[in-house]
Design a protein around this ligand. Sequence first.
Ligand SMILES: [Zn+2]
Length: 351
Amino acid sequence: MRAAVYQSAGEVVVEDVPDAALREPTDAIVRVVRACICGSDLWAYRGIIDRPPGSRLGHEFIGVVEQVGDDIRTVRAGDFVVAPFQWSDNTCPACRDGIQTRCEHGGTFGAPGTEGGQGEAVRVPEADGTLVVVPVSGSGPHGVDPALYPSLLALSDVAATGLHGAVLSGASEGSTVAVIGDGAVGLCAVLGATKVLGAEQVILMSRHPDRAAIGKEFGATDIVPERGEEGIERVRELTGGLGVRHVVEAVGTPDAWDMAIGMTRAGGRIGAVGVPHTTPQLGIFTPFRQHLTLSFGVAPVRHYLPDLLGRVLADGYDPGRVFDLSLPLERVDEGYSAMSERRSIKTMLEP
Ligand SMILES: [Zn+2]
């Protein structure tokens, strides 16, 4: 089968790899219908973090179950499924606490040494606890309307990760929220804050008109293009000089953290889902003085998936709007360069 393989910074190729095959009775094999490239895939592509040459890529995919192991009870061949970006048994203490991304039997698709989603098929460990079945709803080659593919695919990571940031920020009905980061996760934080949690005012920090436009569609009430101190000042002006009670940090860099801490109102809360690869140290004196609550972690997508799936199928919840480029898997390298050069917000791949 064909799959995307990392070679070195700036070089991703598609090559022949061994076919996905069952290894454990708790596995399933999923034939990929759509996959995509994540902002977090770019850390290695840009040479910011190391990644072993030859490793498989991708952690977001939707597809059709092809084969299941003997212990599998909840999915069967032919089911159309969404996979969260990490697998989990969904039964251990961490999973029962709603932190499936700390599952004792968990792991990440596309992490070095595992199979990735950017390929024709994937072996899914702990398939019963991991995969969420999309009910057959009529048209389309797999009983699912292809017009829903982008939003279903977004559920594998960004839609739930953005929502998680908003949840961690403590946003609720009527809240004012600021979102730092106008990538797919930040945009999905806007969508989650408004449509799921009922936030009233959402300030999106964005200097890219195309991203800001989607942010507005998703419910952002204010767009702030300024960054750093100017950005903080602008957010204060929009919030009566006090700053914001709920801030979502969806970037992970020191600059983004400085802005988050600077714009949060005394007693407020920061929900951070940006992977802090470049934030080895965080100054805690200001958060201490300002009585801030800092809340962060790798989003437990599986926890949010059933609810978000219902919203996509029934309520027109449309996080798939973040996809603005679609390519065949064989042209995955164009997707990486387009996202790295910010010509694409998020790129979908079709095997
Ligand atoms: Zn678990």
